[in-house]
Design a binder for this molecule. Structure first.
Ligand code: AMP
Ligand code: GLY
Length: 424
């Protein structure tokens, strides 16, 4: 099959590698990809992801058999609808179904209708109403912008004044902003991934991300500074409960609404004392969770994603091996704030040759034969192992072999999982 992969980050590099190793792949095209993943397929750099007409024309011209959409923005913008209407198989939900990521208020309404455990909430489109509710509820409390904000639209406020500031900032930016205010949930977080086509749900495994920029979960939120899979905290019993009470009811509710979900559904979970509760859904794989998951995926990813795209997921099972994978994000100093581009990264070949190691590129550019940084999150340095400790140690050995003074990473990726397993 001839596959077109859309996106350019570390997640897409991991998808590209798994797709390129699929026996049923004949050719992989990547739009736009980045320099560090160029060897996985052929890059297409002259079409914008927002230009649906140009993407359609390209799919026709190249007779693409399957389109795999990495990031959420094209899905929320309806790219899957446009491709499906033209007869192309596409892995990724319709615009209506992508509201599960695109609108927190929509997701809450699905949770209400299907009885899915999540934080109690209220939605507002005016500053005064939001403030009155906030003051009635008190802190701690969580304030969320309703639409896509690349992970930056959420404030978990310990004090009332912090929450008031967050609301003021949202309404200053957009006078009729849709804002969700919800109860703060307590527990450990886990990311859970399922392939879905209509009523069929096929688990794709769990992971744990590290959202804060500095060790011990300090500093501002980022897109994710590292991940490991599986998440030991997410036991088989919790997985069964999550499927029964959260994921399956969501798939059924979406079918009932005439918005059957097709693609990967990423559930951000809070494992509370009362059981797993939904924090949010994403309509794509996580980044960097995908990097760890893909290193454990065994089989023909093209076939699996095509089955989901064509409504034939019932015949598919996903096998994950080896036991553990860890991915450490190396970012440019300053990220998630301002950072410089263009510093040279050395030692990548040496690092990649270490046992169990795979390095995914998120933002690199090849300049005169040198690999240079070209983004905030630049690399995901990954390793697999038979134990979480093995995988973690191998990944940090690879980090140590990389010579990039202008970069940094967290030093405590997987520490929580290791503690839980008694391997710390
Ligand atoms: P979201 O973009 O909805 O995933 O929120 C980003 C992060 O904010 C989550 O990963 C959680 O760490 C935190 N968060 C969001 N909602 C809640 C909540 N209701 N209670 C506690 N923490 C939350
Ligand atoms: N790593 C979290 C996300 O992809 O949203």
């Amino acid at each position: 099959m001839k596959v077109l992969l859309l996106g350019s980050g570390g997640r897409e590099h991991a998808l590209a590698r798994a797709l390129s190793r699929s026996p049923s792949l004949t050719r992989l095209l990547i739009l736009p990809g980045n320099d560090g993943m160029a060897h996985e397929g052929q890059r297409v750099t002259d079409i914008a992801l927002a230009d649906h007409a140009a993407i359609l024309a390209f799919c026709r011209q190249e007779a693409i058999d399957l389109v795999v959409v990495g990031p959420e923005a094209p899905l929320v913008a309806g790219l899957a609808d446009d491709l499906a209407a033209a007869g192309f198989a596409v892995f990724g939900p319709s615009k209506a179904a992508a509201q599960l990521e695109g609108s927190k208020d929509f997701t809450k309404s699905v949770c209400n209708a299907a009885g899915i455990p999540t934080a109690a909430y209220a939605t507002f489109t005016d500053h005064a109403g939001a403030l009155a509710y906030l003051r009635a509820k008190g802190a701690p409390i969580v304030v969320k912008y309703d639409g896509l904000m690349a992970g930056k639209g959420v404030t978990v406020a310990a004090s009332l004044s912090e929450a008031e500031e967050a609301i003021a900032a949202l309404y200053a930016n957009e006078p009729a902003a849709k804002v969700v205010i919800e109860e703060m949930m307590e527990g450990e977080e886990a990311s859970y991934f399922c392939l879905i086509d209509g009523e069929t749900v096929v688990p794709f495994g769990s992971a744990q991300d590290h959202k804060r920029v500095f060790d011990n979960d300090r500093g501002p939120n980022t897109g994710g500074m590292g991940a490991y899979s599986p998440a030991p905290v997410f036991t088989a019993a919790l997985e069964a409960e999550t499927l029964a009470r959260i994921v399956r009811p969501t798939a059924l509710e979406m079918v009932k609404r005439g918005m059957a979900y097709r693609g990967v559904l990423f559930a951000g979970l809070m494992l509370t004392a009362e059981g797993p509760k939904l924090i949010e859904y994403n309509c794509r794989f996580g980044d960097p969770e995908c990097q760890a998951l893909m290193l454990r995926f065994e089989g023909d990813l093209v076939q699996v994603l095509a089955a989901a795209a064509r409504g034939k997921l019932a015949s598919v099972q996903v096998a994950l091996q080896p036991a553990h994978a860890v991915g450490i994000v190396m970012a440019a100093k300053g990220y998630p704030g301002d950072y410089a581009r263009g510093s040279v990264i050395r030692g990548l070949d040496k690092a990649a040759a270490l046992p169990g190691v795979t390095i995914f590129h998120a933002g690199t550019k090849h300049v005169d034969g040198a690999v240079t940084s070209h983004g905030g999150r630049v690399l995901t340095v990954c390793a697999t192992g038979n134990s979480l400790l093995d995988a973690r140690n191998r990944a940090y050995a690879a980090v140590a072999a990389i010579d990039w003074p202008e970069g940094f990473c967290r030093r405590d990726i997987a520490a929580r999982g290791l503690a839980r397993l008694g391997q710390a």
